[in-house]
Design a protein around this ligand. Sequence first.
Ligand SMILES: [Zn+2]
Length: 276
Amino acid sequence: MTSILRVVLLLIASPIAAMAQANPDWHAQFPAFKIAGNLYYVGTADLAVYLVRTPEGNILINSDFAEDVPTVRKSIEQLGFKYSDTKIVLISHAHGDHDEGVGQIQKDTGARVMVMEGDVADVQSTAPGRPGAKVDRTLRDGDKVELGGSTLVAHLTPGHTKGCTTWTMQVDEGGKKLTAVIIGSPNVNAGYILVGNKNYPTIAQDYEKTFTVLKSLPVDLFLGAHGAYFGMKAKYERMKAGGSNPFIDPAGYKAYVTEREAAFRKEWERQKQSQK
Ligand SMILES: [Zn+2]
C-alpha cells in the first residue's frame, strides 16, 4: 500500500501512535534502576517497563513502542542483566505505547507472551501499529504468573481496553514484604464513547469495576503503565538523594485513584447529558 495510505490507516487505527511525537519523554532513555527487591524499572522517561529478576530468568511487563525496544534492551544491560534471559512478557494493556514491541522481544528472546483474554486479539493482530505476537497463554482475572520463586497476579481492570490488566506482586526488600501495584490504566482517553458504545457496550460498567478493584488492592509500591501516573521522575530523583523509598506511597496511590475515578464519572455524566 502507498505510504500515505499507510499513515492514514495508522492514524485511524492508533490515536496513541499519532500522538507519539508530541511527548519526547516517550522515547527518551532513562537510567535503569531498582525499585525494590527484585523489581526494576527499565522503561523510557515515561513509558514504564518493569523487569522482575528471578534465578530462572526475567519477566518483563510492557515493551513500549517497537522503536523503543533497543532503548529498553540498553536499560536491561545497564543493570548487568541479559536481554536474552527474558522468559515471559506481560503487558498493561493492548495499546502501542505498551505492547507494540512485544512481537520483537518475543522474536529476539523466545519469551512466552501472556495476555488477558480481552486483549489477546489485539496483541496477535498484525495491523499497522500492532505487535503481531503469538500469545502463548491467555490470562483470566486472578491468574498467577510464576517464575523462579516470584509470583505476579493479573487483575482484570477493564474499560481503557477490554483486557486492561493491573499487576500485583510481593517483593522482599531487606526482609520486609512490600506489595507492588502496577496500574494498567484508569484513563478515559479523548474520543472514548462511554454511552451507547456499540463496539464495547459495557465500557462504563467496566470502568466502575476497575475503580472498585483498584480501591480494594493493598498497596505499598505505587506504580503504573506510565511514569506520569505516579510521578516517576521526581521519585527517582528523591531515591537517588537517599532516605526512605519514595515509591512506597499508598497515600499517593489512593489520591491518584480517587482523582481518576472523579474524572471518569465527570466524563460519563457529560456524555449522558449530551445524549438527552
Ligand atoms: Zn492506553
